[in-house]
Design a protein around this ligand. Structure first.
Ligand SMILES: [Zn+2]
Length: 386
């Protein structure tokens, strides 16, 4: 049985796709104004590992990643370079696809530009207005959080805690916790015409429309960094519930921990960014995977290059073991091969899987028999190219 820790139930829930044929997974994707850093790479590698494991367990996966091109950071970059926002977005979307391929990530089946979904974003906002869940205020459109049942449940916040956040501030908002859907009140370099006025669709409804158009009224897993839990995922869930008329449109909320550097989150604004393409070119994607998977996906990782380099001994062991595989697997090793998969069944316990993999390699080097096909299956799940 495969279990995944579900942020909404705060426990490991057994996982079975809603549609028995395929697990449909939405991952909050990049904002298209810069390259992929290690923190982003960790997110996509986590879901890649998840998908490879699900695939080996006989569950096909369909992974949708939205790419945010309607965003002030993208507009700023376009203004700085005297280009259209779309050109900037295309450039970084291509760079993102290159980064995925450098990382040997093959699980992403759909990449979607938010701007391709403008018509459905507008339709969804209109629907929310018609149903009286949204309202106009000073040209902006907001979702009325007072009409939402269980708002705050996903991020485990009480009404008082929700009120501590100052979000989407506008002069005519009814409630402080209301979520912006369309913004006409600020100046943007690029805007779109709509029945609500000239403006831009706000962040959360962008992802909701992309997911809804691709997956319909429900899907299996919503993934992303833990820091997106509030307000982004809380807002997305509220909108999705209203649009799908379902209380439980997303089966599992699966959140990945941060990558920190010297105690700070890795981010461009803090100037501590390590680009994923530089790491792959310098150390190879095998080493990067072994390093990241040695921590559980829900834990934060304090990045240190020397720890990454320290994974070389395991990689060398794996390379040596690959040269000594045979046509059958001894019983003791068979048990370990099963234990490897069982570790991943248990909320993607990759640190345990990696330690079992190391044992398997050591025993193979010491003369135990390991079937080359078993070795290859393990490498395929980990995404190692040995
Ligand atoms: Zn998102």
């Amino acid at each position: 049985m495969i279990c995944i820790f579900n942020s909404i139930s705060l426990r490991k829930d057994s996982f079975k796709p809603l549609d028995e044929n395929t697990a449909r997974i939405f991952i909050c994707g990049p904002t298209l104004y810069d390259f992929t850093h290690l923190g982003h790479a960790r997110i996509f590698l986590t879901y890649d590992l998840m998908c490879r494991h699900l695939n080996q367990r006989g569950i096909p996966t369909d992974v949708l990643v939205n790419m945010t091109d309607i965003n002030q950071n993208v507009f700023n970059k376009a203004a700085l370079e005297g280009r259209d926002y779309r050109e900037v977005a295309h450039f970084y979307a291509n760079a993102f696809a290159d980064d995925l391929s450098l990382l040997n990530i093959r699980s992403v089946s759909r990449l979607a530009y938010v701007s391709d979904f403008l018509e459905s974003i507008k339709e969804h906002i209109l629907k929310l207005l018609d149903d009286d869940f949204a309202y106009y205020a000073n040209g902006n459109v907001y979702l009325d959080s007072s009409k939402l049942e269980s708002y705050g449940n996903l991020s485990r916040q009480s009404q008082d805690q929700l009120l501590d956040h100052r979000l989407d501030i506008g002069p005519h908002k009814k409630n402080q916790t209301d979520i912006m859907l369309w913004n006409c009140s600020e100046e943007f370099d690029f805007t779109w015409d709509s029945k609500f006025g000239q403006g831009i669709p706000w962040w959360h409804i962008q992802d909701t429309a992309v997911a809804f158009e691709n997956f319909g009224i429900n899907y299996d897993i919503h993934g992303g960094a833990r820091e997106l839990l509030y307000p982004h995922h809380e807002a997305h869930l509220a909108q999705y519930k209203l649009l799908s008329k379902s209380n439980n449109p997303v089966g599992t909320w699966m959140h990945v921990g941060l990558v920190t550097v010297c105690g700070e989150k890795m981010s461009k604004s803090l100037g501590n960014v390590v680009w994923s393409k530089d790491l792959v070119r310098k150390h190879g994607q095998n080493l990067l995977r072994l390093y990241l998977f040695s921590s559980h996906y829900r834990s934060d990782i304090a990045y240190e290059e020397k720890v990454l380099v320290g994974m070389k001994s395991l990689l060398q062991k794996a390379e040596l073991a690959s040269l000594q595989t045979s046509g059958r697997t001894d019983n003791a090793l068979s048990k370990l091969v099963e234990e490897f998969s069982a570790a991943l069944d248990d909320d993607l316990d990759s640190p345990r899987a990696i330690s079992v993999f190391e044992k398997i390699c050591s025993m193979t080097i010491s003369g135990s028999n390991l079937d080359a096909r078993d070795f290859k299956r393990i490498c395929d799940v980990l995404g190692l190219e040995i």
